[in-house]
Design a protein around this ligand. Structure first.
Ligand code: GLY
Ligand code: MN
Ligand code: MN
Length: 441
């Protein structure tokens, strides 16, 4: 694991968060902030809960990701108060009060009854509340998740602190271990399910701790962008393996995809060509670059790859203009990453909420912002053989630009995606994912 000390980075992180929040509160007309961690919803007609997913605003302040109903109170000028929920409950084991070094930077207060929190925030003036509204007793409804404040906080959070970057490096390292284990499972002939289970074991995380559902797809299944099943037995012939899986570290996500061919041939060449293209595109993640241009560059670069591999008959730019690249590359080149896998604020142009439009004809691009130092994005080009998109292209003018015999040859392999997590800096981008694979080799 990376050797940088998170203990030294936490306090400056908290300081940055306090400064950003103080400014945003003041501009939105509030005196203080209450953040509720949230609670898991109950299952219909049952006495069990769904897995708990903490409010991302809460885990930005403190690395408590598994204890519902905790509260952060922040009043500018004072240290944050963390109300740590310790219910009197003999059915479950109440969480232990954290003792890690980060707790020295906050006032940590045990709370056995969540309704106690209201007495504390009642004294703080005009309070904004962020979290599920069911816990906002006594708060003016206009101050519950106020859009103006949320927008300001969401805009700011794209630029990560040193602490956040280090958490994300570690989330990449955990996922890199999982990816290696899953690949070994595939190579040994194991099923999708088995590869998934070995992934979890290698990163030592439960399924519910994953930042998103693992995508573990063999053969044609790789053509389904968010393939959600796990076949329990291996197919007769193992041709290709696409795995999109991350991990979390202190609530921060990684989001990594790799694709493998089981033997040589056109599909293996496609994987290799896409990997080379992906590395080129990662170099585009520099401060001052418009991410929309990265996306459009990706279409041109992937268009060239499609032609090189024999799928299409036009060079990249012409293929983009003819709408051919989108047949095989139908998603955005990437998105913001951090507290959430598709982190918020991707289309904001400023902290007041003005949006930067997506390029026409590219409705699935989640990120249209200018890149700045400290912004973490994914770079995830893909080329897939998707029946519905191919049928649509076959039915119109694009048909002439596609080599349908190569389409048929590649269909049994599904598709390719390669995805890394990259930090924009003032100079060379930091590729957290390739660094993590190198550290864990
Ligand atoms: N794992 C979802 C994505 O890559 O965006
Ligand atoms: Mn992914
Ligand atoms: Mn992604």
């Amino acid at each position: 694991m990376s050797q940088i000390s998170l203990d030294q980075l936490y306090e400056p992180h908290l300081h940055t968060l306090m400064q950003r929040t103080e400014r945003s509160l003041s501009l939105s007309g509030f005196d203080a902030l209450v953040i509720q961690a949230g609670a898991p919803p109950s299952q219909f007609l049952d006495d069990q809960d769904y897995p708990f997913k903490v409010n991302p605003h809460f885990k930005a302040w403190v690395p408590i990701v598994d204890n519902p109903r905790c509260v952060v109170l922040f009043s500018p000028g004072s240290r944050p108060k963390v109300l740590f929920h310790q219910p009197r409950d003999y059915w479950h084991k109440p969480a232990d009060l954290p003792q890690a070094p980060w707790t020295e930077a906050v006032d940590l207060i045990a709370m056995d009854d969540p309704s106690q929190a209201g007495h504390l925030w009642a004294k703080l003036g005009r309070v904004a509340y962020i979290g599920p509204s069911g816990f906002a007793a006594g708060i003016d409804p206009a101050s519950v998740n106020p859009p103006d404040l949320l927008t300001r906080l969401h805009f700011d959070r794209a630029v990560k602190t040193g602490y956040e970057l280090e958490c994300m490096r570690r989330a990449n390292e955990l996922a890199a271990r999982g990816h290696r284990a899953a690949l070994a499972a595939f190579r040994s002939g194991a099923s999708e399910y088995e590869a998934h289970m070995r992934y979890l074991a290698a990163c030592a995380q439960r399924e519910e701790e994953m930042p998103y559902n693992n995508i573990v797809a063999y053969n044609e299944n790789s053509a389904v962008l968010h393939y959600q099943h796990l076949q329990r037995s291996p197919p007769k012939s193992l041709r290709s393996f696409l795995i999109d899986a991350g991990a979390q570290y202190r609530g921060y996500a990684s989001d990594i995809t790799r694709t493998y061919a089981s033997g040589p041939g056109r599909f293996a060449e496609l994987v290799e060509a896409l990997d080379a293209a992906q590395r080129l595109l990662c170099n585009e993640v520099v401060a001052g670059r418009d991410y929309r241009d990265v996306h459009l560059t990706a279409h041109r670069v992937l268009g060239d790859v499609m032609q090189q591999i024999g799928l299409t008959k036009l060079p990249g730019q012409a293929a983009l203009e003819a709408g051919v690249t989108g047949v095989f590359f139908p998603h955005g080149i990437g998105h913001l990453l951090g507290l959430q896998v598709h982190d918020v604020g991707g289309v904001l142009g400023d902290s007041q909420g003005h949006e930067r439009p997506r390029p026409e004809g590219h409705p699935y691009l989640r990120l249209t912002r200018m890149l700045e130092p400290g912004v973490v994005v994914t770079v995830e080009p893909g080329i897939y053989l998707i029946d519905s998109l191919l049928a649509a292209a076959h039915a119109d003018k694009r048909r002439a630009h596609i080599d349908w015999s190569v389409v048929e040859e590649l269909k049994p392999f599904g598709g390719v995606r390669i995805e890394d997590n990259v930090v924009a800096t003032a100079s060379k981008p930091e590729n957290m994912t390739r660094d993590a694979f190198a550290r864990t080799a």
